[in-house]
Design a protein around this ligand. Structure first.
Ligand code: NAD
Ligand code: DAO
Ligand code: ZN
Length: 369
């Protein structure tokens, strides 16, 4: 079938809006009509060429929501008409990783997903007879996409697509990092570096967890008001701090953060996030994705003296299990998504959505098909 898509033709070039061809679902696959998709920093990271795994041409997009329109052979858990959120971290419930209950990093389709292909090693997308790659197993920058059954969370049908698409990445990553990865406890002091689409969800996760002091750190002063609305108690603009940021934060928290989160992808900030943690127990969680070839460093004595460095993908969430629950939290008013979606646009304007993100003017831009 012909579908409308934003195609990443080449690294560093704007997306091209055009018609591509999409084959129907094969065994274990599902055809989804995408109703809305968020634009995340990670899409830009790949489009820019900084992603070592980036493949071109490709249909990017990993923060979608839509409706099942067809299922391939052997699909048992989904049917036509079901509302779904695609998952870039699948949940097969059968692989060694899923069964371990120690990680959300299901490996069932990891190899082919990383190659921009469906689990059988081929692509459903093409243009003029030439292969176009999938992206993160989701490719939501097209009005129809094919996704493996194990990479779809079935969600309630009264939830609005243009809001719950954000649960497909930013909301779950931010809140999950607090609840699943760090396991922040009531009364904790938390420092969040980067108050964008991820960091603001870390802030609301910290509030949900009952954190006491929630410090937000961002070079964009425009983020202060929105972060306060989500639960930030103190704002720090590194550009306005005299001297080193780390001792400033240690002093502000009276000894160091119980938990810190890096939500930027900057390796210098990752070090600051670790080193502002409390001696003996502070835990620092890396969420940001750094550019190809970059490395982190610290003095090992930081770890010897009890600070812990961790990372998280998709907030440690098991998508098919956890995402429907987060949709319920939104529908029950437990979490705020609406105020983070600052811009909506048709697919035609998706490059403007990227510009808004790059300039810091938007928190989340959402394409509505
Ligand atoms: P964003 O662009 O919306 O937000 C980044 C924020 O960081 C902005 O507010 C910006 O002003 C601020 N910032 C930039 N440099 C800074 C500095 N030196 N000090 C303080 N603040 C600074 O990005 P986002 O969508 O929130 O994504 C954040 C990061 O998380 C990206 O690297 C993205 O790839 C990554 N990410 C990771 C996962 C995961 O599962 N681990 C999931 C989604 C996104
Ligand atoms: O190796 O098993 C694996 C999974 C690797 C991908 C995990 C995704 C990490 C976060 C990237 C940003 C998501 C938008
Ligand atoms: Zn698995």
């Amino acid at each position: 079938m012909d579908v409308r898509a934003a195609i990443a033709v080449e690294a560093g070039k704007p997306l091209v809006i055009d018609t591509v061809q999409l084959e129907g679902p094969k065994a274990g696959e599902v055809l989804v009509e995408v109703k809305a998709t968020g634009i995340c920093h990670t899409d830009y990271f790949t489009l820019s060429g900084a992603d070592p795994e980036g493949l071109f041409p490709a249909i990017l997009g990993h923060e979608g929501a839509g409706v099942v329109v067809d299922v391939g052979p052997n699909v048992t858990s989904l049917k036509k008409g079901d509302h779904v959120i695609p998952l870039y971290t699948p949940e097969c419930r059968q692989c060694e990783y899923c069964l371990s209950q120690k990680t959300n990093l299901c490996q069932a389709i990891r190899v082919t997903q990383g190659q921009g292909l469906m689990p059988d090693g081929s692509s459903r997308f093409s243009m003029g007879g030439k292969k176009v790659h999938h992206y993160m197993g989701t490719s939501t920058f097209a009005n129809f996409t094919v996704v493996p059954e194990i990479a779809l969370a079935k969600v309630r049908e009264d939830a609005p697509f243009d809001k719950i698409c954000y649960i497909g990445c930013g909301v779950t990553t931010g809140i999950g990092a607090v609840i699943n990865t760090a396991r922040v406890e009531p009364g904790a002091n938390v420092v969040v570096f980067g108050l964008g689409g991820i960091g603001l969800n870390v802030i609301q996760g910290a509030r949900l967890a009952g954190a006491d002091m929630i410090i937000g750190v961002d070079i964009n002063p425009g983020r202060k008001a929105i972060a306060e609305k989500f639960g930030m108690t103190h704002f720090v603009n590194p550009k306005e701090v005299e001297g080193d940021l780390v001792p400033y934060l240690v002093n502000l928290t009276k000894g160091g953060a119980d938990y810190s989160f890096e939500c930027i992808g900057n390796t210098t900030v990752m070090r600051q996030a670790l080193e502002c943690c409390h001696k003996g127990w502070g835990v620092s969680v890396i969420i940001g994705v750094a550019g190809a070839g970059q490395e982190i460093s610290t003095r090992p004595f930081q770890l010897v003296t009890g600070r812990v460095w961790k990372g998280t993908a998709f907030g440690g969430a098991r998508g098919r299990t956890d995402v429907p629950k987060i949709v319920d939290w939104y529908m029950d008013g437990k979490i705020n998504i609406d105020d983070l979606i600052t811009h909506t646009m048709p697919l035609q304007d998706i490059n403007k959505g990227f510009d808004l993100m790059k300039s810091g003017s938007s928190i989340r831009g959402v394409v509505v098909y």
